[in-house]
Design a protein around this ligand. Structure first.
Ligand SMILES: *[C@@H]1O[C@H](CO)[C@@H](O)[C@H](O)[C@H]1NC(C)=O
Ligand SMILES: *[C@@H]1O[C@H](CO)[C@@H](O)[C@H](O)[C@H]1NC(C)=O
Ligand SMILES: *[C@@H]1O[C@H](CO)[C@@H](O)[C@H](O)[C@H]1NC(C)=O
Ligand SMILES: *[C@@H]1O[C@H](CO)[C@@H](O)[C@H](O)[C@H]1NC(C)=O
Ligand SMILES: *[C@@H]1O[C@H](CO)[C@@H](O)[C@H](O)[C@H]1NC(C)=O
Ligand SMILES: *[C@@H]1O[C@H](CO)[C@@H](O)[C@H](O)[C@H]1NC(C)=O
Ligand SMILES: *[C@@H]1O[C@H](CO)[C@@H](O)[C@H](O)[C@H]1NC(C)=O
Length: 436
């Protein structure tokens, strides 16, 4: 029912645009096509009073964010050498409000700067459980982050923390309510760390501080000068390039923020979208023509190349920050984007990822129809005709001493083993899948 409301709103925008075409058609007669194009290119700009400005500024609710979790059901078995067995939990749906604020036209109206403040409100009737009571067992991300840091410090710093971790029984896994895991809880280990180093935040959550905050200031092209630039990002937080990744190519802020696309789309073009959440740009290519409630649309989807490793796609070389520790196809280490927390993202169920990831975990089965991200856009107006499906899953890339990696499974190192053996990084566990 909610989805239909979205459809209706999109439909009315598209119909509005088609009606402009019809009315111009009646008025003008000959030389129609190019005049329609001119008119539409003029209408689809971010200017006060334009057909699309109001919806751009205050996107008609409802927009929903759904979270899925993978519950690790054999934490003890895993530590004894079994494959992790995961069961999916969810969805936990939140209605997302994302009005643009501080909207200011700059440079004679050729650009507009804005903030997007996002607020999330839980919607029980669209959810499969109660986030306040449902427990999820997942990798103890704060503990992994701390252990990761401890590798590099002296024995004298390390040993009291290690003793404390033992005393509070900090384990490889933790069990939290869905609400706390998402929106934050006070972590005893981080509290202890913050007593020593005040810059450490004692709270942890996958969406910590995201409710009611914005991703920073964006400056967009309005499309006044060139319709192809409609909605394209000029700068983010004042910068044209990020400084997180290893190459300029990886640091580029390409395309729009996913909420606006230029009119007169072609099947050949590459649609770039910058995702602040991942701190990178991705791109999508035409897949097929679809129809949503009678409105024609082009479906664009991200190709395998987007998350391919640098060795298979040189464009992506810059996303590997530690030579010799580059990941394989289908996963992106976003630790630099998460204050160092060991988090890696992939499409849900490792869709488009190297088989070794899929095979390492029980309960994972990537399916094109379910796990693919797509955008359905009306090719004439560039307007989305269906709420974008943007599924994404986050897993934790874990590096810590005491767990060794074998070809297909992950097992703890026997402490009696030679000290040089198996101190390599490994990964375990998946946390949530998001889709909007
Ligand atoms: C998740 O798994 C744990 C055991 O690891 C179990 O106690 C818990 O009930 C499971 N949660 C759900 C919602 O199934
Ligand atoms: C946005 O506008 C509000 C109120 O006018 C102001 O307090 C805030 O500092 C502005 N934020 C930015 C990032 O400019
Ligand atoms: C804005 O327009 C004025 C008058 O047309 C022009 O003098 C000025 O250079 C323009 N400024 C920018 C930043 O384009
Ligand atoms: C987010 O903030 C809003 C307003 O402050 C509140 O109503 C809502 O419950 C919060 N959402 C979550 C998930 O805590
Ligand atoms: C990266 O971009 C910066 C700023 O545009 C430029 O100064 C620098 O030379 C570029 N580096 C490379 C390797 O191209
Ligand atoms: C940004 O676009 C340029 C030019 O199309 C491309 O070479 C580069 O790989 C893109 N960067 C990302 C991160 O998508
Ligand atoms: C594991 O670590 C050892 C010692 O640091 C190193 O020689 C070896 O190449 C590493 N193995 C892998 C798979 O990274």
């Amino acid at each position: 029912m909610m989805k239909c409301k979205i459809c209706l709103i999109y439909a009315s925008i598209v119909l509005g645009a088609l009606m402009i075409i019809a009315s111009i058609g009646i008025m003008l007669g000959g030389n129609l096509h190019s005049r329609i194009e001119q008119k539409l290119k003029g209408e689809i700009t971010l200017t006060e009073g334009s057909k699309v400005f109001a919806t751009w500024k205050d996107p008609p609710p409802p927009v929903f964010m759904e979270f899925f979790f993978f519950n690790v059901t054999n934490p003890d078995g895993f530590l004894a050498g079994e494959k992790p067995i995961l069961t999916q939990m969810g969805p936990y749906a939140y209605r997302e409000y994302r009005p643009k604020e501080n909207v200011t036209f700059v440079e004679n109206g050729s650009k507009v700067s804005a903030l997007t403040r996002k607020t999330f409100v839980f919607v029980p009737e669209m959810s499969a459980g109660d986030p306040a009571v449902d427990l999820v067992t997942t990798v103890n991300i704060p503990a992994m982050a701390v252990m990761n840091k401890l590798k590099d410090v002296s024995f004298w710093v390390r040993s009291p923390i290690a003793m404390f971790m033992t005393s509070i029984k900090t384990g490889v896994f933790m069990t939290q309510t869905v609400h706390d895991l998402l929106w934050g809880y006070k972590d005893p280990l981080l509290s202890r760390m913050s007593a020593i180093k005040p810059e450490v935040d004692e709270n942890f959550g996958l969406m910590l501080y995201k409710n009611g905050s914005d991703d920073g200031e964006f400056v967009y092209y309005t499309g006044e000068d060139n319709y192809l630039d409609y909605g394209r990002i000029h700068t983010w937080k004042g910068e044209k390039l990020l400084s997180l990744w290893a190459t300029n190519q990886s640091n580029m802020i390409n395309g729009s923020d996913g909420s606006a696309f230029h009119p007169f789309l072609t099947k050949e073009e590459r649609l770039d979208v910058f995702t602040a959440d991942l701190c990178r740009s991705i791109h999508m290519l035409f897949e097929k023509e679809v129809e949503v409630k009678g409105i024609p649309a082009y479906r664009y989807t991200p190709p395998r190349a987007v998350l391919a490793s640098g060795k298979n796609n040189p464009e992506n070389e810059g996303f590997c920050l530690e030579k010799g520790k580059c990941l394989d196809d289908g996963v992106l280490n976003v630790a630099v984007c998460r204050k160092g927390a060991p988090v890696v993202v992939s499409f849900p169920h490792f869709y488009l990822a190297d088989n070794k990831y899929v095979n390492a975990i029980e309960g994972i089965s990537p399916v094109h129809e379910h796990h693919q991200t797509f955008l359905d856009l009306n090719p004439t107006t560039g307007v989305p005709v269906r709420a974008a499906k943007e599924p994404r899953s986050t897993l934790n890339l874990i590096e810590f001493p005491g767990i060794a990696k074998t070809e297909t499974s992950y097992s703890p190192v026997n402490p009696k083993d030679d000290d040089s053996a198996g101190k390599n990084g490994t990964f375990i566990g998946m946390t949530p899948v998001e889709k909007s």
